[in-house]
Design a protein around this ligand. Structure first.
Ligand code: ATP
Ligand code: FE2
Length: 345
C-alpha cells in the first residue's frame, strides 16, 4: 500500500519554506530560505520577489532530500493566512500550479494552527494550553469544542516585532530576538517600564515607545553587542533585560490565568520567540509553581517552516479538507479560531 505523504508550502512572512512529512510526522525534508535585511523592517513587494526567486529551488531540493517523486506525493498543503498578502500569494500560486501540473489535492492551512499542530505532535503534548509567540502573533490558545479558542492575545504588535524593533534602535540588525535573548542574561537591574495587561489581552506599544525613548535619552545608537557592552555602563543591557522581562511577564500573566480557567495541565510554547531561553526560564518557574508540564517546540519546527504546513495538511487531508485550485485562496486575517478543527477526537 502506498504511504500518505504531504508536501507543505509556507510563505506568510519572511520565510519561504517547503516541507515534506509522512503519515507518522516523520520530516522527510524541510527546506527554507528567509528574507533578511541588516536594518530590519520589510517591503511587501521585496518579500514576494524573494519568495518567487527561491521557491523553484526549495521545491526541487525538498523532493531530492525526501528521495520521493511526484507520483509518491499524496497532497499539497499551503499557508492560507494569516500573513502578508503579497508574500502568501506567491506560495499559494506555486501550490495551485503544482496541484494542476501533478493532479494532486490541495489543502489550505491556517498558519497559526500549523504552529500548534506540529508542536503538539513533536512534543507529545495531549491537550495543552498553547502560548504562540512569534514576530507577528502573540496568542494564548486552547482546544475546546471543535476549534482552537483564543483566550488572550496582543491588541497591537506581536512580541517578536517588539523585540525586533527595539533591537533595530540598538543597531542589532534583523531578527534581533536571538541577540537580545543573549543580552538578557547579562542584565540584572530592572528598569521600570509600562506593563499593559487588559483583561485577558496584552498591549506592547506603550512598552515599545517607552523603552526606545530610554535608549535615545541616555545613549548614542550602538552597532553591535560589543558596543552595547561599552555604552552607559551597561544601562542598555539592563534596558534590554527589562524590556524582555516586562513583555514576557505580561504574556505569562494571561497564560497563567488561562491555565487556571481551563485547568489544563500542559503548557506548550511555539512560534519563533519560543526559542527564547529567557521566556523558557520564566515559563518554567510559573509552570513549576502550578504543577503544569512545560513543552517547548524544537526550534527548527517552531520558527516558520514548510513541515508544519505539511503536517497540518496531512491531518486536514485525512479529514477531507481539500479545495479545488480555483478556490485555493489566502486571507490576511485568517484567525486561529476561524478554522474548524474536526480532526481532533
Ligand atoms: P508569524 O507569521 O507566525 O508571526 P514570523 O514571521 O514572526 O511568524 P517566526 O519564525 O515564527 O516568524 O518568528 C520570528 C520571530 O522570532 C522574530 O521576531 C525573532 O526575533 C524571534 N526570535 C527568534 N529566535 C529568538 C530567540 N532566541 N529569542 C527571542 N526571539 C527570537
Ligand atoms: Fe509563524
Amino acid at each position: 500500500m502506498q504511504k500518505t505523504v504531504c508536501i507543505g508550502i509556507e510563505s506568510t512572512a519572511h520565510t519561504a519554506g517547503v516541507g515534506i512529512v509522512d503519515s507518522e510526522c516523520n520530516v522527510l525534508a524541510n527546506e527554507k530560505h528567509s528574507h533578511s535585511t541588516n536594518k530590519g523592517g520589510l517591503i511587501p513587494t521585496e518579500l514576494a520577489k524573494h519568495h518567487a526567486q527561491h521557491f523553484p529551488g526549495l521545491i526541487k531540493n525538498a523532493l531530492e532530500k525526501s528521495g520521493l517523486s511526484w507520483g509518491e506525493i499524496s497532497c499539497i498543503a499551503y499557508s492560507a493566512g494569516p500573513g502578508i498578502g503579497t508574500a502568501m500569494s506567491v506560495g499559494a500560486s506555486a501550490a495551485r500550479m503544482l496541484a494542476l501540473l501533478h493532479d494532486k489535492p490541495l489543502v489550505p492551512v491556517n498558519h497559526s494552527v500549523a504552529h500548534i499542530e506540529i508542536a503538539k505532535k513533536k512534543c507529545g503534548a495531549q491537550n495543552p494550553l498553547v502560548l504562540y509567540v512569534s514576530g507577528g502573533n502573540t496568542q494564548v490558545i486552547g482546544y475546546e469544542a471543535g476549534r482552537y479558542r483564543v483566550y488572550g492575545e496582543t491588541l497591537d504588535i506581536g512580541v517578536g516585532n517588539l523585540l525586533d524593533s527595539f533591537g533595530r534602535e540598538l543597531g542589532l540588525g534583523f531578527p534581533a530576538g536571538p541577540k537580545l535573548d543573549e543580552i538578557y542574561f547579562q542584565g540584572g537591574k530592572y528598569i521600570p517600564l509600562p506593563y499593559t495587561v487588559k483583561g485577558m489581552d496584552v498591549g506592547f506599544s506603550g512598552l515599545q515607545t517607552a523603552a526606545k525613548r530610554k535608549i535615545r535619552k541616555g545613549h548614542s545608537q550602538t552597532s553591535d553587542i560589543a558596543d552595547i557592552n561599552g555604552v552607559g555602563e551597561g544601562e542598555n543591557i539592563d534596558l534590554a533585560y527589562s524590556l524582555m522581562h516586562t513583555a514576557f511577564a505580561m504574556v505569562l500573566e494571561i497564560t497563567e490565568r488561562a491555565l487556571a480557567h481551563t485547568e489544563k495541565k500542559e503548557l506548550l510554547l511555539t512560534g519563533g520567540v519560543a526559542a527564547s531561553k529567557a521566556l523558557q526560564e520564566m515559563a518554567g518557574k510559573m509552570c513549576g509553581a502550578r504543577s503544569v508540564k512545560l513543552f517547548v517546540c524544537p526550534k527548527e519546527l517552531s520558527q516558520d517552516n514548510g513541515a508544519m504546513i505539511a503536517w497540518t495538511g496531512m491531518l486536514m487531508f485525512r479529514a477531507g479538507h481539500m479545495v479545488r485550485p480555483k478556490d485555493a485562496l489566502t486571507n490576511q486575517n485568517f484567525r486561529t479560531d476561524m478554522e474548524e478543527v474536526d480532526w481532533i477526537h
